[in-house]
Design a protein. Sequence first.
Length: 405
Amino acid sequence: MLVLSSGCCGQDALPQLVGDNDFTWLQTQTISLLKKCQLTSHTGIQIFTPDASSSYGAQWTRDFAYMLEYAGDLMNQSQINAAIRYQFNGQRADGAMPDRVQANGLAVFGPGGVNNQFADHAIDNMPFAAKLVAAYMDAWPTDSALFCNLEPNIRRAFEFLTLGPNGLVYNDPKSPNCSYGFTDTIGKAGNLLFCSLLTYDAAVRVAWLANRTGCGDPTFYARYAAGIAGGIDTLRDNRTGLYFAADAQCVNHDIWGSMYLVSLGLSSDANRQQVVDWIVANEFLVFKRGQVRHLPYPEAWQASMPGIGLPAFGTYQNGAYWGTPLGWVLPVLNSYGASMLAMQVSSDAMGDYRGLGINECINDDSYTGVPLYVDSGTNFYGAVKSATVSKQPLHERLAFKLHQA
């Protein structure tokens, strides 16, 4: 029997999201994806690509970070240690982390083709690189050497970020870079929701690790987290309770970001509950076959990155439904009074994965993204394995005091 715990929050025991047979199937499929997605680099190191169908021939920082965060218990420590160092070897002199590193060692910083990137960099790779190292420490907590070796690199990655006056991660509308890679075609600009949340998440985890290991200055990272925690409600839509993806361009209701905020315990108890209550009341605008839309249907993104155009409505990052956010959406639903919906979404996703495969994204009319997509498997696996999330802010869960600058 898969045993679930309500953790630190004093909640009653919550139901498991899938049955034992389904969990065993999902675990087996996730192990297979993690094995088949590997490529041998020019140095002989195994790198982890986003899919097991040979569509993406490089190791993406964010995809690798999600794999390790949600399925680190299924991965090999020495392989992961080497693959993380391989990724950090691609860091630029100015602190920028690569979007991906090719099997030949070439670091590519902007989304798009190797020779036709449509931005200088993707902002999320800075916090994702930090989260990658933090996830390693979660999986193998007695091995602090990797963190201590790479903490100076992590600090340079944080210093590369641009912050607005309210403490949030900022993307200049006059010269935007890509923000969150799962929306890298979308022209979000101004103060950014998802990248700010990633940076808060990463900053708290790295501050805690610096405090624990003595490597790095915890207060440096805590200041980032404090600023974001204090400024995040400036992106809140008071009418719906959802949060906007950005405040200058693409002022859209961000489902993934709103639920990620709840999972981190930011804002107030009432505001977090309002997000979940809106999702429950409008589930038909959010979920399809157990996967999650970026925006409530029929909302479409307001703008693409310059020069590339939006994906067709209902496809890819402009209206398809994804398995990746199940990693945080399902535990939030299960922990905020919506266990029945969490179980229904889990059942629907399991049926789709078993029947049609584990795809990058889906929609009607047999539309699918890349098949055998690893994060769709790992993140769903991690969600049903843990199934709950604390209602405390992340910095309180880790018992680390935030320091205002």
